[in-house]
Design a protein around this ligand. Structure first.
Ligand SMILES: Cc1ncc(COP(=O)(O)O)c(C=O)c1O
Length: 463
């Protein structure tokens, strides 16, 4: 039990936490993180952990990058706030937009700033609708996502986050505007004997069939993460997006790439869109944009979308939307410095040189009796746990086997995240070194062994 005035006790008294079982949390209390250095974080009791999920897939540069601290300090001292309403702007916002456009994976021309990935997706949906109203196509509003996609939890973005736990009890979704297709997981959704290519063909055919059933004149956009993150780190078949892309062009459907996790090097290219040959009309970024040091996100749009929106807004008299902190100079200054560091420190080269080792250590886990599939790309991966490797049968979800694994990781000084489908996600800061990576995987292996021993002892799995 926690001491009455401890941080943990005050947390339980006053904080409502996302993605916890509140009643269980009241028993166990929080893990209070107090400081960080490199890829390591320290808790209130002085224990140290490798942050194996880079916080929430975001702290690419680790937890103690002095240049980012200095960029924030400098901007706070010079101009702590201004906004972007009614034609106002600031230097870091302008420079950041310019740099984002320069490095974008497609000819995207304008940047709209928000505070979070959810808001970026919300804004993207809003822009898609506005754009089609501008084109005199008010019926072209439907949006297609995928099951197990994660795009945030604001009401609109929450419609595209197709996970049971983000919807239960929240009256989502409204079915007439948002639709979902099969998760591109060959392991779970492939048919017996189907290879990657045949699977991708089938999913493209499914996409086209849905568009035709709904009527192409009603379908506005396809929204996808290049690699699904929170949905269990699902790496699509290589040609999946290449097969869908021509259909988007044929039916005049916008491609919205959610690069909130994949953007800035995670998959071994600057963009997931490059890795998977996606040609986005709209792109959302957040997280690694500022290495998680400040809340900032953005939506990038093509010149054609911008021109259409601008003409329409001109006719209406104003582009009537915006956030008080959208285009805040302090997060913008930190994001700008983050992008400079990525370039100057050649972070992408580091990711590319380390990725084969990461993937080799990950692949080794596939031999573990609890692991059905070990999958990943670049410096992101996951293991999917199964009761029976041959049939791929899962454990009873109530057993929360993946949470047992992450608890064993935590006891060994490693923070990882349990995700849907009994997976454990791995997404360390991009600056992780080879020895730290080995330590991460050593600890994960030990945690898998310990979980297996627990399950066997409890009679939940036969030795
Ligand atoms: C791919 C993706 N899109 C959007 C979001 C939502 O971002 P935020 O939590 O900043 O609202 C997330 C968050 O994890 C994400 O992974």
């Amino acid at each position: 039990m926690t001491a009455p005035n401890s941080l943990a006790a005050r947390d339980i008294a006053y904080v409502l936490h996302p993605y916890t079982d509140p009643r269980q949390h009241e028993q166990t209390g929080p893990l209070v993180i107090t400081s960080g250095r490199g890829v390591w974080v320290r808790d209130a009791e002085g224990r140290e952990y490798i942050e194996g999920l880079a916080g929430l897939w975001c702290t690419a540069l680790g937890f103690s990058e002095p240049r980012l601290v200095e960029a924030a300090r400098r901007q706070l001292a010079r101009l702590p706030y201004t906004h972007g309403f009614a034609g106002r702007s600031s230097e870091p916002v302008i420079e950041l937009a310019e740099r984002l456009v320069r490095i974008a994976p497609a000819p995207l021309a304008k940047v709209y700033f928000t505070n979070s990935g959810s808001e970026a997706m919300d804004a993207a949906i809003r822009l898609v609708w506005y754009y089609n109203n501008a084109r005199g196509r008010p019926e072209k509003k439907r949006i297609i996502g995928r099951r197990r996609g994660y795009h945030g939890v604001t009401i609109a973005a929450g419609h595209l986050t197709a996970l049971a736990y983000t919807r239960a009890g929240f009256d989502l979704p409204m079915r007439h505007l948002f639709f979902e297709l099969t998760t591109p997981s060959l392991y779970r959704d492939g048919l017996p004997g189907e290879d990657e290519e045949a699977f991708a063909d089938r999913l493209a055919a499914e996409f086209e069939a849905l568009v035709r059933a709904l009527g192409p004149e009603t379908v506005a956009a396809f929204v996808a993460e290049p690699v699904m993150g929170a949905g269990g780190v699902v790496v699509p078949p290589r040609s999946y997006f290449e097969k869908i892309q021509p259909l988007l062009e044929r039916y005049d459907i916008l491609m919205v790439a959610d690069e909130v996790i994949c953007g800035f090097g995670r998959t071994g290219a600057m963009w997931g869109s490059e890795t998977f040959r996606i040609r986005p009309d709209i792109l959302t970024v957040a997280k690694q944009l500022s290495s998680g040091y400040q809340p900032i996100a953005a939506v990038l749009i093509s010149e054609e979308i911008y021109a259409t929106i601008a003409d329409y807004a001109h006719r209406l008299g104003t582009f009537g939307t915006g956030f008080t902190y959208g285009g805040h100079p302090v997060p913008a200054a930190v994001a700008l410095e983050t992008l400079r560091i990525y370039e100057e420190d050649r972070i992408l080269d580091h990711v590319r040189s380390l990725a084969p080792h990461f993937q080799a250590r990950l692949a080794r886990l596939a031999d573990h009796p609890l692991v059905g599939e070990a999958r990943g790309i670049g410096l992101i991966g996951a293991v999917e746990l199964v009761r029976d490797k041959r049939t791929r049968a899962q454990f009873d979800p109530k057993l929360k086997v993946n949470a047992r694994v992450t608890a064993h990781c935590q006891a060994r000084g490693l923070i990882l995240r349990p995700l849907v489908m009994d997976t454990v996600g791995i997404c360390p800061p991009l600056v992780i070194g080879r020895e730290e990576l080995d330590l991460l995987f050593d600890r994960l292996e030990a945690a898998l062994d310990a979980t297996l021993a627990d399950l066997e002892r409890e009679g939940l799995r036969s030795p």
